[in-house]
Write a protein that binds this ligand. Structure first.
Ligand SMILES: [Mg+2]
Length: 357
């Protein structure tokens, strides 16, 4: 089998809830759909969503990369996923969202070719994943209202964005706990918004309201700060913006800087390197989460397949497709009841794409 064409199409994701986070004012939610065609008549789809603030790429960078890869990868066997990563990595450092789009499409092709859903190709630990639902920064009372709504929709795990104003953060967590009762799991994500000693104080306050996991309290480069916080609080500390690659994961483990690693396909460059991150973490006794940027159902179907396939991935934050309007022409076959996502048994990523490229 040979790759005959790689095309891409930029589409706009329209949010239905306002979503403020500590690290960024970037509200652009464009995403790029990637189509890989082969001489065997099998076509795969992937998604590339750049994040200027996390991966340092914008839409133009990624579309240029994809155009170049159309030339470079033409004639390659799409089933040689490791080889295609070698070629992409030899040509470009970073560009992880672009690499992810191609990687996802290759796994979709591999699944269609073998007749297997991607979650089984990757290990098939389970066909289900429990995702949280995320609440952006707002007036604490509004955040509590949204928490009520999500719990009424059946979610058992809420992820609360904090990190802009510590006093408001504590008030929001207090009101949310009061609103949802003791049985709902609360996690927070500060998106690099605190200083290390401030983080210790604030996290100890959060603990009074049963917050058990805290994501990226300090800037991505501050591994020492992360370790300081981890050593001085009760919660599990998760790295997100600090860990993009398998090499970052190795460093995080060596420096004992976190308890959990948040893998995102757009940071790692797709499923192939994401599996390496998870294996490194697992060998060191750390668990992983699979998170997302603002991907459509394509990126989410892939993230859910990865999360379900690996026992060591015990957390999932795959809610972006629920926070925006459905994209016309993009259908996926996974289902979701409350937080429980059940994966498609169709070959590949279980997608039904009807878009003009
Ligand atoms: Mg995060």
């Amino acid at each position: 089998m040979k790759i005959t064409k790689i095309s891409h199409k930029t589409i706009t994701i329209e949010p239905i809830v306002s979503f403020k986070i500590a690290s960024s004012d970037d509200t652009r939610t464009d995403t790029i759909i990637v189509k890989v065609e082969t001489d065997a008549g099998v076509t795969g789809y992937g998604e590339s969503q750049p994040s200027k603030v996390v991966t340092g790429n914008n839409i133009e960078d990624v579309t240029n990369f994809l155009t170049e890869m159309d030339n470079t990868l033409k004639g390659e066997n799409p089933l040689n996923i490791g080889r295609i990563h070698e070629i992409m990595n030899r040509q470009y450092k970073g560009k992880t969202a672009g690499k992810a789009g191609i990687d996802l499409a290759l796994y979709d092709i591999l699944g269609k070719h073998t007749g297997l859903p991607v979650y089984q190709l990757l290990g098939g630990s389970s066909n289900q994943v429990e995702s949280d639902m995320t609440i952006g920064i707002d007036e604490p009372k509004e955040m509590a209202k949204l928490a009520r709504q999500y719990v009424d929709e059946g979610f058992n795990i809420l992820k609360i964005k904090v990190g802009l104003n510590a006093k408001d953060d504590i008030e929001a967590i207090r009101l949310i706990r009061e609103e949802v009762g003791p049985d709902i799991s609360l996690r927070v994500d500060a998106n690099q918004g605190y200083y290390k000693k401030q983080a210790v104080r604030v996290l100890n306050e959060f603990y009074k309201y049963g917050v058990e996991e805290v994501e990226q309290p300090v800037p991505y480069w501050d591994y020492e700060g992360m370790k300081f916080i981890k050593d001085n609080v009760t919660q599990q500390i998760m790295m997100d913006e600090s860990v993009l690659s398998p090499q970052d994961a190795f460093r995080a483990i060596k420096e004992e800087a976190c308890d959990i690693i948040n893998i995102k396909l757009m940071k790692s460059g797709g499923i192939y390197p994401a599996l390496q991150i998870n294996a490194i973490a697992q060998a060191a006794g750390l668990q992983c989460m699979v998170g997302c940027m603002s991907e459509s159902r394509i990126g989410i179907a892939a993230g859910a397949a990865l999360a379900a396939s690996q026992k060591n991935i015990t957390y999932a934050d795959l809610d972006s497709y629920r926070m925006s309007k459905e994209v016309p022409g993009i259908k996926s076959d996974f289902t979701q009841e409350g937080g429980i996502m059940t994966l498609s048994e169709k070959p590949g990523l279980g997608l039904d794409i009807d878009l003009e490229f």
